[in-house]
Design a binder for this molecule. Structure first.
Ligand code: UDP
Length: 239
């Protein structure tokens, strides 16, 4: 399948049309942003790692029965995916307190949660992706009640499968963000699952004040070793 015109360029990916109206090609860049675009940089080799890692995880999830947009890897940076209409919500699932959750609720990073917490942000660069609850999202017409129920169900299933997958690799899945899309009347998993969108900590280190992160926090927080962290997680999943 060949790339036709550029449909959209985001912070970390470009999306191209193809001859097939139901399929688009995603091209992963090495560019990284954080803090709502305030911090910009490049993570050498990130594009191919996120592309290949996300594809491996989507394939694994498909096998478990989770519907995804994945339609086949083209090369190191390019993947064919189903063309969806993205639901403008970032769906976040948390197993251990970290990041904005720790700040908002005054809970130390690394505190295990009694059950997984699902939360939503409204995707809007102008508003800075504000926190939104399901009732507000339904009231604003961002998604229907049925869609929200499907999204929550998929999010929790994905969480369970990812926790189990990474546990084998001695990695604790602290939290992650997914995006879902509408496709032929259904809701399917879209976007990516990568160190850009998940917090991965060395197993067992969450109960200490000094955990080892293999994710974008190394970039966000200027911890150094960013490229090495992406390579390490990719190596563990067998890439
Ligand atoms: N996340 C993301 N994109 C965003 C915001 C968050 O992929 O725009 C991911 C982030 O990598 C983490 C989880 O969602 O795995 C929860 O992030 P949090 O709300 O704690 O935000 P942060 O601390 O990054 O502001």
């Amino acid at each position: 399948m060949e790339k036709k015109e550029l449909l959209y360029e985001g912070k970390a990916k470009k999306v191209y049309l193809t001859d097939d109206p139901d399929l688009v090609i995603v091209d992963y860049k090495d560019d990284a942003t954080a803090l709502n675009g305030l911090k910009k940089g490049t993570i050498q080799g990130k594009g191919p790692i996120n592309n290949r890692m996300s594809n491996m995880l989507m394939e694994m999830l498909e096998k478990k029965g989770v519907p995804t947009h994945y339609a086949g890897q083209i090369d190191d940076r390019n993947t064919l995916v189903k063309r969806v209409e993205i639901v403008p919500l970032e769906t976040i699932v948390r197993n251990v307190a970290a990041g904005s959750f720790s700040k908002r609720f005054g809970v130390a990073e690394g505190t295990p949660l009694k059950s997984p917490a699902v939360e939503f942000s409204y995707k809007s660069d102008a508003l800075g992706d504000p926190f939104i609850n399901s009732s507000q999202a339904i009231a604003l017409g961002i998604a229907t009640k049925e869609e929200i129920e499907k999204i929550e169900d998929i999010a929790l299933k994905v969480n369970g499968y990812l926790i189990a997958f990474f546990k084998e690799l001695r990695i604790d899945l602290i939290d992650f963000k997914i995006e879902l899309g509408r496709y032929k009347g259904d809701i399917i998993l879209a976007d990516e699952i990568s160190p850009d969108t998940c917090r991965f900590w060395e197993a067992g280190t969450w109960d200490t004040t000094k955990h080892t992160s293999y994710d974008k926090d190394r970039f966000r927080r200027d911890l150094g070793g960013v490229e090495d962290a992406y390579e390490e997680i990719f190596r563990r999943i067998g890439g």
